[in-house]
Design a protein around this ligand. Structure first.
Ligand code: UDP
Length: 332
């Protein structure tokens, strides 16, 4: 198939953290990638790297306000749509909660309509946040969650829940062929240093010689998945024939407390770390670990990168970024 007859894979949010890794994976597999991003929380350097691939095209636009003409014009040439467009760090998605909600509702609706018109298969990047502060542990897809619809996280949690509703409604009505991935905490290179999530915060703090900011007493748990594993699962989910319509959890089952994460990171960095305790954010889930039986059975997938391996790679990448940023300052 030549590039021109091959059609586009549209990645909304393709300049962001997971989105840019996904774009690179697709480009390396020979796909033509149309990246749509509003650059609200993207790392601009991610785009520079992607722009080196001849089959990559970037369109700036905000799905919360509908789709730009440059995307709509491609119409039937679009054969796959990944929707990863939304700020995912609690600090960033709470900075403009109305926009976060609209990104998920108006944005997902616009992309689903495009999928309907073009016949493209649609994948929604949903989140473990749909389980809220879970009272079932680990969380299987059948668990309906414990989410506050009025709290500060609701713009994201409820936004993603509404996006899932829309996605399955389109499928039930025969309007689009869909996939829904519930992505648990993911980390790796190409996160923004000021992203605000725990692993990027901690690594940036170690490199700056600052105290690591533990929110609360550090007894809350998370299960962290290395980004290459997450992207592998997303592509498999998009391409697989599924036996049933349901969301699929994507995450790593190795659960640890935030205090244990500090300890592990200190070992990876090979340096003593100091901590400072800060207030626990409102509605911060106390524990989180995916049940990935569905992904194992349907996609033949499970993560292959251990936390220690992933932290080593991520720390090395952040250390390189840190050095590069310090060079001009040192030269002054
Ligand atoms: N956290 C922390 N220090 C930080 C950032 C986050 O202790 O500098 C905690 C946060 O309260 C939560 C966990 O780490 O319990 C994961 O937070 P993150 O923002 O990465 O993602 P979340 O899973 O809450 O969406």
């Amino acid at each position: 198939m030549t590039a021109d007859t091959q059609g586009w894979t549209l990645v909304a949010g393709g300049a962001g953290f997971i989105g840019s890794h996904l774009c690179r994976r697709l480009l390396e597999a020979g796909e033509r990638v149309l990246c749509l991003d509003n650059l609200q929380t993207a790392r601009i350097a991610n785009l520079d790297t992607l722009a080196r691939y001849p089959r990559f095209r970037f369109v700036r636009g905000d799905i919360a306000h509908g789709l730009p003409p440059a995307v709509l014009r491609e119409g039937a040439a679009i054969r796959r749509i990944y929707n990863l467009a939304c700020a995912a760090s609690p600090v960033l998605y709470q900075a403009d909660p109305e926009h976060t909600m609209l990104t998920n509702v108006v944005g997902t609706d616009s992309l689903l309509r495009l999928a309907e018109q073009s016949g493209a298969r649609f994948l929604l990047a949903s989140t473990s946040e749909v389980y809220g502060d879970p009272d079932v542990h680990p969380q299987p897809e059948a668990y309906r969650g414990n989410v506050s619809c009025t709290g500060p996280r609701a713009c994201y949690d409820e936004g993603k829940r509404a996006a899932e509703t829309l996605t399955f409604d389109f499928a039930r009505m025969g309007r689009a062929e869909v996939r829904v991935a519930r992505i648990f905490n993911t980390y790796g290179p190409h996160m923004r240093v000021d992203d605000g999530r725990v692993i990027s915060n901690f690594i940036a703090q170690v490199l700056a010689g600052e105290r690591l900011t533990i929110y609360g007493d550090g007894s809350q748990t998370r299960s962290f998945c290395y980004v290459d594993d997450t992207v592998d699962a997303l592509v498999r989910l998009m391409e697989a024939d599924l036996p049933d319509q349901q969301p699929v959890n994507i995450g790593n089952c190795q659960e640890l407390t935030i205090a244990e994460l500090v300890e592990t990171l200190g070992e990876v960095a090979g340096a003593p770390v100091r901590v400072a305790h800060h207030a626990l954010p409102t509605d911060d889930p106390q524990r989180r670990r995916p049940d990935i039986s569905t992904a194992r059975a349907w996609l033949g997938w499970e993560p292959s990168t251990s936390l220690r391996q992933g932290l080593h790679k991520t720390y090395a990448w952040f250390a390189e970024e840190h050095r590069a940023l310090r060079v001009p300052a040192a030269a002054e």
